[in-house]
Design a binder for this molecule. Structure first.
Ligand code: NAD
Ligand code: UPG
Length: 445
């Protein structure tokens, strides 16, 4: 089939590449000429494991192209995915300006039947707005061309995007147009061969499903983070509690990890947007309000622990900080807890020696205005002359580091473990003072 993605970011590029992998001919469009230049020169503008190989293979096979030419892109695909950003507006609602601009650019140019698929995360009712924007542009040039608007929210996780797209838990399609539904079923058939995991529903339910999923996952995390704070006070270990409750299949093990707070381009903005939708309909979403509030507090938990240990005035102190990206296996820094932690420590006079396997270039752009942050080529280089080690992101390479080196190079062997990577009992044996999340503090003997 012929497919166009409008927006070639995390979602648009992965969608385009994975659809090309199944034999579709895909054109990925973006307004960002630099992104398209990088792709056309064989590069990948984001860090996403496995993406480069899929892109390369399909470009070489002639099934995947990148362009800034809107005319050519709109007229290439019969199925047009809108995969542009929907960042939070000032009031927390999803800013639809990019989605509606994409819709207009379709309406201005289409010459034959199109299935326009909303893949961006958008509030309930957006498909109607997309439909109206396209219809208005068609009417403006007196063009009588048929089209359908379908909702197809994306559930991929950054860092595991290819795997998630190729082997989805489910595919949600919101459609009230029979022909469009048939085309979506055909497009996704190769991804749902072993189990029929494609759920067709009405458009509004599909749009809502995306927010419901992210809100539920964010709620689990904030809930565990709150329990972790209480566990510390009552002398319980949240890691043992996690295992104890996760073994109940009604609860399950996933997304129960207490840590330094959730970040990323989705949970924070989608929770905000759903709260906002509730307000617009005169329904305060009390649980979700609390989820957001608890997460804002959680991003400061490591700072609170550092201040409790070293005092409010951190002038002259230096901290090694491992992990900048909002989660491992990505260079995405959007809403990363590390940004809040660094800002708070620097505000108190501390210097930061930071390391991340892939996100340092992104981080250095976002922290350009923040004084006192240096970036190290290797994780161990951050240790020497630092007063403590702070772990913010659980990259694999931090899981079993050279503990002797940590102990000998830090001014004092103190670790703030924001992702509960290390066993408190081991740290105690090694003589490392270990401050974890919800596990109590083990001082060295
Ligand atoms: N990142 C994720 O893991 C993820 C997962 C599921 C859903 N989503 C949702 O998908 C959407 C896209 O997210 P993303 O992370 O891929 O965003 P992104 O910022 O990485 O990419 C969006 C791209 O769209 C381009 N763009 C903007 N307006 C355009 C236009 N009119 N024509 C062509 N290109 C245009 C931008 O230049 C940018 O490259 C958002 O609604 C997001 O909530 C994201
Ligand atoms: O037990 C957990 C799991 C995750 N996190 C944090 O939660 C955030 C989000 O992680 P994750 O969900 O793995 O990454 P995203 O790429 O943001 O993916 C989420 O957001 C996407 C965009 O909407 C959805 O498509 C995905 O299904 C949804 O998982 C990160 O900061 C994680 O550190 C925790 O603190 N504890």
């Amino acid at each position: 089939m012929k497919v166009t993605t409008i927006g070639t970011g995390y979602v648009g590029l992965v969608t385009g590449a994975c659809l090309a992998e199944m034999g579709n001919h895909v054109v990925c469009l973006d307004v960002n000429a630099e992104k398209i230049r990088i792709l056309n020169e064989g590069g990948i503008p984001i860090h996403e494991p496995g993406l480069d190989a899929v892109v390369k293979r399909n470009v070489e096979a002639g099934r995947l192209q990148f362009t800034t030419d809107v005319d050519a892109a709109v007229n290439h695909g019969t199925i047009l995915f809108i995969a542009v950003g929907t960042p939070p507006g000032e009031d927390g609602s999803a800013d639809l300006q990019y989605v509606l601009a994409a819709a207009r650019s379709i309406g201005q140019r289409m010459t034959d039947y199109k299935v326009v698929v909303d893949k961006s995360t958008v509030p309930v009712g957006t498909a109607d707005k997309v439909r109206a924007a396209i219809a208005e542009e068609l009417a403006r040039r007196d063009a009588k061309v048929g089209f359908a608007v379908v909702s197809n929210p994306e559930f991929l996780k950054e860092g595991a995007a290819i795997e998630d797209f190729m082997k989805p838990d489910r595919i949600v399609v919101g459609s009230d147009d029979e022909q469009a539904t048939l085309m979506m079923r055909a497009l996704y058939a190769p991804f749902t061969r072993s189990h029929d995991r494609l759920f067709v529903m009405d458009v509004r339910s599909a749009e809502f499903t995306k927010y419901a999923a992210n809100a539920m996952l964010a709620t689990r995390i904030s809930f565990m983070n709150e329990l972790a704070l209480l566990a510390e006070k009552v002398g319980a270990d949240i890691e043992l509690v996690r295992r104890g409750i996760g073994s109940d299949p009604r609860i399950g093990y996933q997304f129960l990890y207490a840590g330094a707070g959730y970040g990323g381009s989705c949970f924070p903005k989608d929770v905000k947007a759903l709260v906002r939708t509730g307000r617009e309909h005169d329904q305060e979403l009390k649980v979700l309000n609390a989820v957001e509030e608890a997460n804002d507090r959680q991003k400061l938990v490591l700072v609170d622990k550092i201040v409790a240990r070293f005092g409010e005035d951190l002038a002259g102190k230096r901290f090694a900080l491992w992990g900048l990206a909002f989660k491992p296996n990505t260079d995405d820094m959007r809403e990363a807890p590390s940004l809040v932690i660094i800002e708070e420590l620097v505000k108190r006079g501390a210097a930061i020696a930071a390391y991340d396997p892939v996100a340092m270039s992104e981080a250095s752009k976002m922290l350009a205005q923040v004084q006192g942050v240096s970036f190290c080529e290797r994780a161990e280089h951050a240790l020497a002359d630092s007063d403590a080690l702070v772990i913010v992101t659980e990259w694999k390479e931090f899981r079993t580091p050279d503990f002797d080196r940590i102990k000998s190079e830090l001014k004092q062997p103190v670790v703030f473990d924001g992702r509960n990577l290390y066993e408190p009992a081991l740290m105690s044996t090694l003589g490392i003072e270990h401050h974890a999340i919800g596990r109590g503090t083990r001082k060295s003997d």
